[in-house]
Design a protein around this ligand. Sequence first.
Ligand code: HEM
Length: 149
Amino acid sequence: FSAQEVADIKESWEVPKANLTDSGAAILVHFVTKYPDNLMHFPFKDVPIVDLNKNERFRSHVTKIMKVFDNSVNVLGADEAQITQIWQDLAKSHVKRQIPEKSYLELRDSILTVLSEAAKLTDAQKASWHKMLDHVYAILFQKMSELGA
Ligand code: HEM
C-alpha cells in the first residue's frame, strides 16, 4: 500500500471510529435488510430488523466485527504480518459456521455503501478501500480454503 492509500483509509476510518458500535450497527442493519438470507446464521435471527439496534447480542457482535476492522486499519502499512494474522484467525473462527463466500462479499458491499455515505468518500478513497478489502479478503478466503471450506 502506498502512503497515500494508507492515509485515505486511516483518515476516512476516523468517521466510523468515533462511534464504532453505532456505525457498525448501520452496516449490519444494511446487510441483513439488503441480504436477509444471512440472518439465519445469527442468534438474533428472530429479532425484527427494526428492533436489532437495541438487541444486546446484535450490538455485541457488531462491536466485534468493527474491532477487527479497527485493528486492521491501525496496523495497515506498518505490520503486514499482523494483518495476515488477524484475517487468518478470522478464517479459523468462521470456517465451522459454513458461511458461503457470497455472504462475505455481501457484507463487503454493505461496509462500502455505508462508509461511502457516512464518511463521504472520494473516488480515490473508495479505490483505497477496495484495495484493502481485496487484500484482507484474499487472506481470509485463502485460509478458509486451506481449512477445507
Ligand atoms: C462472530 C467478525 C463476517 C457470522 C464473529 C466474531 C467476530 C466476527 C470478531 C466474534 C468472534 C468469533 O466467533 O469469531 C467478522 C468479520 C467479518 C465477518 C470481521 C467479515 C469481514 C461474517 C459473515 C457472517 C458472520 C459474512 C454470516 C453471514 C457470524 C456469526 C457469529 C460471528 C453467526 C457468532 C455470533 C454470535 O454468536 O453472537 N464475527 N465476521 N460473520 N460471525 Fe462474523
